[in-house]
Design a protein around this ligand. Structure first.
Ligand code: ASP
Length: 307
């Protein structure tokens, strides 16, 4: 049977780095080909092409890179059966979420993002394991007509838009606390759950690759002064605010640290949306019956997650 066509897109990260012994630093490898030569078995699995799109430490990735990546995948959508993107772990979750939003539910091809805690050249590296399993995952997804943006890391396949990095050193570096893994990687194969997004032909593919960078996101802490955020609203550079609240959407609503006037002014005076989320991994903020400070935030005009 003809091998499936897979495009491996190099976007940087530790997986694509080599050690500069003089500076004791991880530096980008020359190119993705230098990397793939270290895992030749990939070519036995699929008809693989490789391309270097970026070669960055992912700490330096920003929404412009998300746009570039989304457009590149979209432009190559009809040439390949699936995609694997190598990426740094530091901001992988953000890129996975952005790509999920950009490519949307009308996606017809699986897109896997992976990386590693150790460079491919290191003894005991997880890079080979993650890269080979990423190709196996994308091939299994193609076979089962599954198409969504996922993160493959260690022995799980996670929904890209629900993934968080949980460790700077554990090989199990990612989790999706709010959604079960959509597939598990076992010695006997890749096993997708019934919740994985199957291709839905009723939804046309439509790429929306543009993002705004002027979003302020932060945890609420006791004694935090709303005036700090008010200065940001007045700057004219802010396009949105995400408050990670106490509990399920509660914000301080009394005395000198009262956030309600700030929310009202943000929404109605500065016309800047304010979303009240929660700081708990896998948590939700609710519109239904909730603590009074949470209800008051909604009454003041805040947007809250709807479970
Ligand atoms: N500094 C690396 C990055 O690009 C870390 C990693 O890839 O694990 O995020």
């Amino acid at each position: 049977m003809e091998k499936k066509k897979i495009l491996i897109i190099g976007f940087g990260g530790t997986i694509a780095m080599v050690v500069d012994t003089k500076r004791k630093a991880l530096v980008p490898a020359k190119n993705i080909h230098e990397i793939i030569e270290m895992v030749p078995q990939i070519k036995d699995l699929a008809d693989v092409d490789f391309v270097d799109l970026e070669n960055l430490d992912s700490t330096n990735i920003n929404p412009h890179h998300w746009t570039k990546l989304a457009l590149f995948v979209s432009d190559n959508m009809n040439k390949y059966d699936g995609f694997v993107i190598t990426h740094g772990t530091n901001t992988m979750s953000y890129t996975a979420s952005a790509l999920s939003l950009a490519l949307g539910r009308g996606l017809k091809k699986p897109v896997v993002i992976t990386g590693s805690q150790l460079p491919l050249i290191s003894i005991g590296t997880d890079a080979k394991f993650n890269l080979e399993n990423s190709v196996k995952t994308v091939l299994t997804a193609i076979d089962k007509k599954i198409a969504e943006v996922v993160v493959v890391f260690s022995d799980v396949v996670l929904r890209g838009s629900r993934t968080v990095k949980i460790s700077e050193s554990d090989f199990k570096a990612f989790d999706s606390p709010a959604v079960d893994p959509i597939a598990r990687i076992r010695s006997t194969g890749i096993f997708f759950s019934k919740d994985a997004f199957r291709i839905d032909d009723s939804i046309p593919f439509d790429c929306n690759p543009h993002f705004d960078a002027g979003v302020l996101a932060g945890d609420l802490t006791p004694g935090q002064s709303p005036s700090l955020i008010r200065e940001v609203l007045k700057s004219g550079a802010c396009k949105g605010v995400i408050l990670k609240s106490h509990g399920a959407g509660s914000v301080p609503s009394q005395g000198e640290y009262n956030f309600l006037p700030l929310i009202r002014d943000s929404v109605y005076t500065y016309k800047i949306p304010m979303l009240v989320s929660t700081k708990f991994l896998g948590g939700n903020s609710y519109k239904e019956v909730n603590d009074e400070p949470a209800v008051e935030a909604i009454e003041a005009g805040a947007i809250t997650q709807v479970i």
